[in-house]
Design a protein around this ligand. Sequence first.
Ligand SMILES: *[C@@H]1O[C@H](CO)[C@@H](O)[C@H](O)[C@H]1NC(C)=O
Ligand SMILES: *[C@@H]1O[C@H](CO)[C@@H](O)[C@H](O)[C@H]1NC(C)=O
Ligand SMILES: *[C@@H]1O[C@H](CO)[C@@H](O)[C@H](O)[C@H]1NC(C)=O
Ligand SMILES: *[C@@H]1O[C@H](CO)[C@@H](O)[C@H](O)[C@H]1NC(C)=O
Ligand SMILES: *[C@@H]1O[C@H](CO)[C@@H](O)[C@H](O)[C@H]1NC(C)=O
Length: 404
Amino acid sequence: MKKLRHFYFVLILGGVLLMYYGNRHWTDRNEAEEFHRAPPLSTSLFEPELGYSEPHLRTVNRTSNESNYYNLIWNGFGYFNKETDEEDDLLEDPQLENRKCEWKIHSSPIPLELKHRQYARKKLIHDLCDSNGTLGFNGKWQTIDDIPSWELANLLVDDRHGIIYCYVPKVACTEWKRLMIVLSESLKVNGVPYRDPSDIPVELIHGNSTRYLNRYNRTVMKQKLQQYKKFMFVREPFIRLISAYRDKFQKENEQYYQQYGIPILKRIGKIPNPPASVKEALAAGIAPSFSTFIQYILSLPADSYELLDEHWRQTARLCHPCQIHYDFIGKMETMEEDAAHLLRMLRVDNIVQFPKIKSSTTDENWMKTWFPTITADSRRKLFKLFETDYKLFGYQVPEYLLQP
Ligand SMILES: *[C@@H]1O[C@H](CO)[C@@H](O)[C@H](O)[C@H]1NC(C)=O
Ligand SMILES: *[C@@H]1O[C@H](CO)[C@@H](O)[C@H](O)[C@H]1NC(C)=O
Ligand SMILES: *[C@@H]1O[C@H](CO)[C@@H](O)[C@H](O)[C@H]1NC(C)=O
Ligand SMILES: *[C@@H]1O[C@H](CO)[C@@H](O)[C@H](O)[C@H]1NC(C)=O
Ligand SMILES: *[C@@H]1O[C@H](CO)[C@@H](O)[C@H](O)[C@H]1NC(C)=O
């Protein structure tokens, strides 16, 4: 009875809202249809405040164990348990009642285009993982059980709020790790946990002040993966590579100089006796060039991804989005909006805020600055190496770099 009333209420509300918002959101809707490719349906199935409702998604052929994933998508849209506008926007929370009083009150709902954006990003990953076996790495790893623990080294856990973050180096991961440390209260000074992410000394961030998921046994790991909200942030793959190069080889980084710099200079740069320390090397103006760095990456045996340092390892290899169904996929390119959306969805925006980071508007020019020294052949090989990241995360193929 309650369900029936609920249904009529939703139907009528939908109709009224449609009249109001139908026009306004027409562009969003068309954009969303790009991804759905669903047959036209009666308009009442589209609710401006909820996005597309269930029947659209049912048109997708579900051959594998995907229902869980769809539930997550629906919940992300607040399709179930609709009570108030505010709760529509939020993910389900296991400790909901305990924490309700602390939540930040928002007067406006999460913008529709942000919800669409998340939906589209998750749908793209889901569809590609489902249809292209090689994206799950040659069918080798069908499920999380097939992935060895050391390949799950980038998942950080916040048990207090039930959050898992897969960090991707060069995608503002230091800032996100700071937030995770504050949220999980995993790092204390004189017994008091850090409250302000920016107070945490940078040298403490990357060590073991965060909690890693793979330190738990399989049973616990899987339980947490199932119950917690999972998120990751991605970035244009070539831009991320340039960023990694600049960070690790143009700055005075002794560890990277010893571990990668010297071998690259010797083997690729044909410098038989490189300076012994990074200080001397920089003083002498010697550093692996971007071109030798790329040659080094391309010289590694195909398929031996584990040889790639995490700063230039493929994002899909770090976070396994085909096997782990992330609730939220953020992008460096839309960091500010995505961060605010995510923290609100996780209901922790009363505790932490994502800081303003340097704008990445110069990124486009980076490609033009860095890639001219790379031959077309190498660029294409490099693209092949990162093709999965380009596809899964919906980045435009940099065609102009790949022409002969
Ligand atoms: C789903 O797709 C598979 C092949 O891709 C097909 O064999 C199966 O009949 C389809 N199932 C439904 C319910 O459409
Ligand atoms: C779903 O997964 C379980 C184990 O994870 C498996 O036994 C079952 O066959 C799967 N079902 C389908 C339809 O793939
Ligand atoms: C990690 O934590 C252990 C004990 O909690 C400590 O002994 C060790 O020095 C830490 N390692 C790093 C790299 O911080
Ligand atoms: C995994 O760890 C949990 C908690 O530490 C423990 O209760 C459980 O027995 C462990 N399971 C296995 C299979 O070792
Ligand atoms: C699957 O993805 C790989 C790597 O991105 C690509 O090379 C291959 O052409 C794709 N196959 C299909 C059938 O889309």
